[in-house]
Design a protein around this ligand. Structure first.
Ligand SMILES: [Fe+2]
Length: 377
């Protein structure tokens, strides 16, 4: 068994105010570049960061499901400015873009040239990741997912030198997170933990992280959705659950839910958490025979009392559907994805690298079946 996660994690309410010291003293940086998005700037979240690191250059063009052209432009900015650190402040899209821009700062060409594992020649710049949502896990992972708009595919760019050097994880940054984003990013974190726990690559260490992440997320997500401003405990537990789910899946894997969600995201720009939520119960039903015992363990963590393993697993799937409904996450059929595209989505999902990790072998025909079933609910 192996476990590797070299990122220094600084977690807790208010740790964002330690940022200046962390950048200067711990990371010994004097020329950081901030990568973020316009929503973060408009919400005023970047103010607290910029006040500690005055005159820091900023690249704020990152969009949801970050596109290769945007990352290439960010890489050009970094090559011109020559920073010694890239600070990513935002959700999963921003953190993934920050990692990719850090790679392009020290390597020639476009991000497309680095699709796959360890394709970089020089070590990327160090990255400091500051998540502002409760789902990505990207602050503790070695992968950057970038959409290639021409090929309509999500590229996975990864390598051991792409782990952020540090993650500053402050649950108080969630205070202004809009409810739809609490719901969708929370469902992403839940999916990370469930898939990390049930895929073939799971280990005792990732199981422990995933199970505790699940315990935290099941109890805190509905409370955070109700009133995240007033509930400091729910903010802490949800952010911690999201972080631990990331620490679990980075050394385990994700499975068929993410294969489908990434395919749909690359074709229609569907928010990642919404796409995960649309497929999670359906994939769990598909995996039931292969993952029944593990689903029953998750059911216990979720507080579900049931007689046998089968009953517990089925009641867990029903609970997941309930959570999505209570959090007003749209159903798959409400995403208006044309049925004629299902074969293409199925084929892309089958070709995803994480497909082989799924607890039950899934063919393109199986993915097509899951899509058809999801569209009927
Ligand atoms: Fe995810």
């Amino acid at each position: 068994m192996k476990y590797h996660m070299p990122t220094a994690v600084i977690f807790g309410p208010g740790v964002i105010f330690e940022l200046g010291g962390i950048v200067r003293d711990k990371l010994r940086s004097s020329r950081p570049l901030l990568v973020t998005d316009k929503g973060i700037i408009a919400a005023g979240i970047a103010k607290g960061v910029l006040s500690q690191l005055p005159a820091m250059p900023t690249f704020d063009d990152v969009e949801p499901n970050p596109k290769h052209g945007t990352v290439d432009r960010g890489g050009e900015v970094a090559r011109h400015i020559k920073p010694d650190l890239v600070i990513g402040l935002g959700g999963g899209s921003v953190l993934d873009a920050a990692k990719a821009i850090a790679l392009l700062a020290t390597n020639p060409g476009g991000i497309e040239d680095y699709e796959g594992r360890e394709k970089y020649r020089a070590a990327p710049l160090p990255v400091l990741a500051i998540p502002t949502t409760c789902g990505t896990g990207s602050e503790v992972t070695w992968v950057s997912i970038i959409t290639h708009t021409g090929r309509q595919t999500k590229m996975s760019i990864k390598g051991p030198l792409m782990y952020p050097a540090a993650a500053v994880v402050d649950p108080d940054l969630l205070v202004t997170l809009p409810r739809p984003l609490i719901a969708s990013t929370g469902l992403d974190a839940l999916t990370h933990a469930i898939e990390a726990f049930t895929v073939k690559a799971a280990s005792a260490i990732t199981d422990a992280l995933a199970l505790d992440a699940l315990r935290l997320i099941f109890y805190s997500l509905p409370l955070a959705y109700q009133d995240i401003k007033k509930n400091a405990e729910a903010r802490v537990n949800l952010m911690l659950g999201s972080l631990m789910a990331g620490m679990a899946f980075v050394n385990s894997d994700v499975g068929a839910v993410h294969c489908l969600a990434e395919s749909v995201g690359s074709l229609y720009d569907t928010p990642h958490g919404v796409a995960n939520a649309a497929f999670l119960p359906q994939v769990m039903e598909f995996n039931l025979d292969a993952a029944e015992a593990k689903y029953a363990r998750i059911a216990r963590v979720a507080g579900i009392e049931a007689g046998g393993r089968r009953e517990a697993a089925l009641r867990l799937v029903a609970r997941i559907r309930e959570i999505s409904r209570d959090l007003s996450i749209p159903l798959f059929r409400e995403l208006d994805i044309p049925e004629g595209d299902f074969p293409v989505i199925a084929q892309k999902s089958f070709g995803n690298n994480s497909n082989r990790s799924n607890p039950r072998e899934a063919t393109a025909a199986d993915y097509l079946d899951i899509l058809c079933r999801a569209s009927q609910i």
